[in-house]
Design a protein around this ligand. Structure first.
Ligand SMILES: [Zn+2]
Length: 148
């Protein structure tokens, strides 16, 4: 199984802690002014319960991630990537950079139902691909507008 991504881990802890706080009226009212720092404190305390998080992660992984990663095997992915790079003339779809470190991006991210098919794949330079992450193309272009 894949390692637990740090972001997911922290996020899961925080969500968990917030749920607990909100379901307890007494703690909820007392902690109100200190809500944010209490959530951080409680989440840090929970790092001790690594086993619980591992169980949650493994459930999450089985439910939401495993199938998506295996929608295509590694050899097909290599072939497909090569086709995409050739088709796009080794040019980044987002910034027009040619050459350099190029990757293949899912325009509609896998996490949002996008598939590993030619019409959903484009060449992206590493810089753009890191910025895009799991945004859709429209969301990314808007983000680029606001940040550059
Ligand atoms: Zn680019």
């Amino acid at each position: 199984m894949a390692d637990i991504p740090k972001d997911w881990y922290e996020h899961a802890l925080t969500v968990d802690v917030k749920k607990d706080i909100n379901s307890n009226e007494r703690i909820k009212s007392i902690s109100k002014p200190y809500y944010k720092s209490f959530v951080r404190f409680a989440a840090r305390q929970r790092i001790n319960y690594v086993n619980d998080i591992e169980a949650e992660w493994s459930e999450y992984y089985e439910k939401y991630i495993k199938n998506r990663l295996s929608d295509i095997d590694i050899d097909s992915w290599k072939r497909l990537s090569h086709q995409v790079l050739e088709r796009d003339h080794y040019t980044c779809f987002y910034c027009d950079q040619t050459g350099g470190i190029l990757e293949v991006d899912h325009m509609t991210p896998v996490s949002r139902g996008g598939e590993s098919t030619l019409d959903n794949l484009v060449t992206a330079c590493r810089h753009c691909n890191r910025q895009k992450r799991d945004k859709t193309v429209a969301e990314y272009l808007k983000w680029k507008d606001e940040h550059e």
